[in-house]
Design a protein around this ligand. Structure first.
Ligand code: FES
Ligand SMILES: [Fe+2]
Length: 439
């Protein structure tokens, strides 16, 4: 019976289209949580979110509420947020410092930062002759099977076996190198707190949209046009800094569909993807020139040119992370249900970079990625309309046929062909990975 269901599922994904149930079926959602989100490496947070021993924050991995906590030994642990006694959450606050132990608020069992039991009140009298004694492993808070960190970015896998973090990330690891290398000190630190947005749609819509180069000049056209008008006025008044902020928005109107075709998508195993493309990120204003000076001092001219010359617009780390490394932006996707998805929107500070460079990242964060901007609202409306559209009997398939058959396969990855940057190759690649994981 089970193998019958597996066989059925394989019919849901074809190279250039997928059945709509992939986005709407609650049983498929449960299976993708188990086989994908609770198996592969999932981004938990940045080490700078928990700098001191006892610092913790909550994070969702698949369906599991988890705690990321820094131990006295400086190690970052990922624990299931569940007391082994009667299932009370170990912490209720989103973040904080727990001191030198966790103490359950229900019956005062205490635990070390790595989840090991520390004490149970009156353990000996209460548990003498029972199946439990102080060494029973089931009295510890369960830990994530594997935790690894790369340049400060912490990932966990709830599966004991599988590829290492580096092997899983493959070429998409460039997202973290590119972000950190742009800091004169080679490191970034998180800016607390993130924006949190809940979209009323399946999680896959968000991931597909991140490298959908076809949509910006359509979906965000009205926002881009209005911004372009303001940008022109500011430029006339020689307010270069402010004009630059508006330029981030006006690009949605001035970079038309045909120009997006000049970009290129490079698609990798496990569903990861890089969108290459130069977005005018090397302006010659005084702030940029001051930053360049600091960078050249830190790295030397040759290495500096290599660092700022990395041609990346966006990196997608499947199944739940979208990174815009040149602007230090990161969005993490936390599926809550088949039709509900939380996204966390973070940005980072380049350590050692002049303040105006941080201000630029903050401007992009607020103007393009925050819930306050129309750009975000434009996308959210599409996600909701897509998900609602799936309830219609007007058709059974979601199409990813744009430029299908033209992709170029080489050295284990798939590139969209020249002048086909608006190809739906990234969606095809994600669904290919999805089908492999679900098998
Ligand atoms: S539920 Fe935690 S100590 Fe009882
Ligand atoms: Fe968008």
């Amino acid at each position: 019976m089970a193998s019958q269901r597996e066989a059925d599922l394989s019919k849901f994904v074809e190279p250039d289209r997928v059945r709509k149930e992939v986005y709407t079926d609650a049983a498929i959602f449960e299976r993708e949580m188990e086989r994908i989100h609770e198996t592969v490496w999932i981004y938990c947070g940045h080490e700078s979110q928990v700098p001191k021993a006892g610092d913790y924050c909550q994070v969702q991995i698949g369906r599991q509420p988890m705690i990321m906590v820094r131990g006295k030994d400086k190690k970052v642990n990922l624990l299931y947020n569940r007391c082994p006694h009667r299932d009370n959450m170990i912490v209720g606050d989103r973040k904080g410092n727990t001191g030198d132990q966790f103490r359950c608020s229900y019956h005062a069992w205490t635990f070390h930062h790595d989840g090991k039991l520390k004490n149970i009140p009156m353990m000996e009298s209460g548990y003498a002759g029972t199946r439990l004694n102080k060494d029973s492993p089931e009295l510890c808070v369960k830990k994530a099977a594997r935790v690894e960190s790369y340049r400060g970015f912490v990932f966990a896998s709830l599966a004991a076996s599988g590829p290492s973090l580096k092997d899983f990330l493959g070429e998409s690891i460039v997202a973290f190198d590119d972000m950190c290398d742009r800091a004169p000190e080679g490191e970034v630190e998180v800016v607390p707190n993130c924006f949190r947005v809940i979209q009323h749609s399946n999680w896959k819509f968000f991931m597909e949209n991140q490298i959908d180069a076809l949509h910006p000049s359509v979906t965000h056209q009205s926002t881009g046009r209005a911004a372009h008008e303001v940008e022109k006025i500011l430029a006339k008044k020689a307010k270069a800094g402010e004009a630059l902020s508006y330029h981030m928005l006006s690009a949605f109107a001035t970079v038309t569909i045909d120009k997006w075709d000049n970009f290129q998508t490079i698609n990798y195993p496990h569903g990861h993807c890089i969108l290459t493309g130069y977005m005018g990120l090397r302006p010659q204003d005084p702030d940029t020139l001051a930053y360049d000076k600091v960078m050249i001092k830190a790295y030397g001219k040759k290495r500096f040119e290599e660092i700022v010359g990395v041609n990346i617009h966006h990196v997608l780390v499947y199944p739940g992370l979208s990174v815009q490394s040149p602007l230090q932006q990161l969005r993490a996707v936390r599926p809550l249900g088949v039709d509900r998805t939380l996204t966390e929107i973070w940005h980072f500070r380049l350590k050692g970079a002049p303040e105006p460079i941080y201000r630029r990242s903050l401007a992009y964060y607020n103007l393009v990625n925050s819930p306050a901007t129309l750009i975000n609202a434009d996308d959210l409306e599409n996600f909701w309309k897509c998900h609602t559209g799936l309830s219609s009997d007007g058709g059974d398939w979601v199409s990813f046929a744009r430029h299908h058959g033209h992709d170029i396969e080489k050295d284990g990855h798939v590139e969209s062909a020249p002048n086909q940057g608006t190809s739906e190759a990234p969606m095809r690649n994600q669904m290919k990975a999805w089908a492999e994981f679900m098998r």
